[in-house]
Every structure is written in C-alpha cells, then in structure tokens.
Ligand binder design. Sequence first.
Ligand code: ITT
Length: 191
Amino acid sequence: MKKIVFATSNPHKLEELQAICKGHCDVEFVLPPQGFDPLENGKTFEENSLIKAREAAKISGLPALADDSGLCVDALNGAPGIHSARYAETPQKRIDKLLNVMKDKTNRNAKFVCVMTLVDSTGKTLCRKRGECHGFIAYSQAGTHGFGYDPIFTVEGKNCTMAELSEEEKNLISHRGRALEQILTFLKELH
Ligand code: ITT
C-alpha cells in the first residue's frame, strides 16, 4: 500500500501523523480531494472514524486512514468526548468553557482517545486501533505547543500539560501516537 488518504480536515492531525511516520514507513499520506465533508453522525469514536475513512476512500478511490479523537472527562460522564471539536466555537472558547465547567470539580481525571480506522479503496475495514493517554484537567492553561485541549491537559506521570511537551515528547505518549504506532505495525506486516 503505497498511497493512503489521511481522511482529515485538521492540519494539526496531519502534522503529527507526518512527524510520527517520518522514517518509519514507506507510505505516502495524501489529503482527501476537495469536497471531503463527511457527516460525522456516529455515536462512538469507532463509528465516526469509519464514516470518515469510508467517505475519503469513496471520493478518492484510494485506501484511507481516519482519526477520530477527543477528550473524555470523568466528572462530565465522558464529555466532551466525540463532540470535542464542536464543544464551543473556537479552540480558546472550548478551553474556557471546560475550565469553567470544571471549576468546582475535585475529580479531575480525564483521557484523550484516538481511534484510527484503515479501509481499502472499497471501504472495507482492514484495521482499527485505539490509543489513549491518561491525565487530569488542569486548573488553568499552560504551554503553547500542540493544539486543541493540550494546554489544559496535565499528562499522568509528568508535571506539565501536553502543550508544555515538545512535539516529539507528545507524539511518544499521545493517544494519536499510540494508535498510529499500531497501524504502522499492521502496515509493515502487510509487506
Ligand atoms: P477531522 O474530523 O477532520 O479529522 P476534527 O478536529 O473535527 O478533524 P475530530 O472530530 O476527531 O476531528 O475531533 C477531535 C477534537 O478533539 C479536536 O478538534 C480537538 O478539539 C480534540 N483533540 C483531539 N486530539 C487532540 C490532541 O492531540 N490535543 C488536543 N486536543 C485534541
């Protein structure tokens, strides 16, 4: 499998994928053609990941890999979860909203989840992998690296937020890094 469409409109995901893959696989990841606009109406990360991968395969005629991800907070029964990208209008508003909702909560446990689904050019699932990264919701934001909720996610076992880690450090322990590592192993075994 030489060329795979990475079924995303999020440039940060693509940057992380390219950094993780560098030197570790001989696949060329390309973006979906114009008009890629999947209807993410699934109820789980697994369903939405498959919806995106199938849509990208359909409009490109190529195998496709999709990433559906989000932040699940224990005290909020897993919210914002699959709705993470739409929790509020802008990345900063999403951070402010979550900090505010969490301000009186003592249970700060949370996890980032990423489900990656690889389909062939007909939309058949070849492989699906999940990566998780556990941590806590911070009381205030810190750090400028990464994207999304990284500035308010304190990584378990580290004394800092995800946004205070370097790109390499994040990719080694992140939900996306962990899911992708398994996808890359699958791709290697195909050859
Ligand atoms: P595509 O569907 O086009 O891939 P998206 O950003 O809409 O892009 P999702 O529906 O999977 O993707 O939502 C993921 C959201 O979860 C993302 O927009 C962030 O708000 C959050 N998120 C996911 N991974 C993250 C990470 O590594 N760091 C911080 N926030 C993350």
